[in-house]
Design a protein. Structure first.
Length: 245
């Protein structure tokens, strides 16, 4: 008894198109044809097709199936490489599941790194956006320092800064900058790594400068930027005074 191509495909749990593709690439030999021109497949074709399907289900690329079928040293190398690839994929998927669980169970923010989940509900939008941007270049140690810093209850002056309108008058900006200086100085003392974010960049100082500059313009208004520039100038002035003493 012989089978047609469609019957062979059905027996092997695949499709007519797949069987024809295996013929084209040389994985499955063409059978003899009957007098009427139709292909006549036998058990040896079914066994070969089932073996091919088994290797495909294991993730072996079609181009490697002849080598794996030969059961030589090359076959072992292919299978070990495939096993390592699958292990890495499983580890990645398990990490993704853990992060999804944090989002679903603990209402963590989907856009923030999972280790910053505890900050998600309380952060102003600008700070949330900054955190996402920071995660693209800062070292884990620097991100951990930022998390610790932001986990503390926000001060009144920090809250005033976040709600500062773009048209805030000059005297409001000046006073706010003066009030922010000791807050920033204390933060730098508590977390020295934050004194120089460029030094904490995993991608170099130029990348850090670029991300910070674009983020400031994108997420803060002109009054915010003016206050930050004033704070920077006052800190530099204080540092220079300390050096002269």
């Amino acid at each position: 008894m012989a089978w047609s191509t469609s019957q062979l495909a059905e027996l092997a749990g695949t499709t007519l198109k797949t069987v024809r593709h295996y013929h084209r690439i040389g994985l499955l030999d063409e059978p003899e044809r009957a007098a009427n021109g139709y292909k006549r497949y036998g058990v040896e074709h079914l066994v070969r097709l089932l073996r091919i399907r088994r290797l495909v289900d294991l993730g072996v690329p079609l181009s490697d199936i002849p080598a794996v079928g030969a059961s030589d040293e090359r076959a072992e190398q292919i299978l070990r490489a495939l096993d390592a690839e699958l292990a890495a994929s499983i580890e990645r998927q398990q990490r993704m599941r853990r992060e999804l669980a944090e989002i679903l169970d603990n209402r963590a923010a989907i856009d923030l790194p999972v280790d910053l989940k505890t900050l998600a509900d309380d952060l102003p939008e600008a700070q949330r956006s900054f955190l996402v941007a920071y995660s693209s270049f800062l070292s884990p140690a620097a991100m951990s320092a930022i998390q610790e810093q932001l986990s503390a209850p926000p001060s009144d002056v920090a809250a005033q800064f976040e709600t500062l309108p773009a048209d805030a008058p000059e005297d409001v900006r000046r006073q706010l900058a003066e009030r922010l200086v000791p807050v920033v100085r204390q933060q730098q003392q508590d977390h020295p790594i934050l004194r120089d974010l460029e030094a904490s960049s995993r991608r170099g100082g130029a990348v850090a400068q670029s991300v910070l500059a674009h983020a400031l313009v994108e997420f803060y208004n002109e009054a915010h930027i003016d206050v930050l520039q004033r704070v920077h100038a006052l800190l530099a002035e204080d540092d220079a005074g300390e050096c002269r003493r």
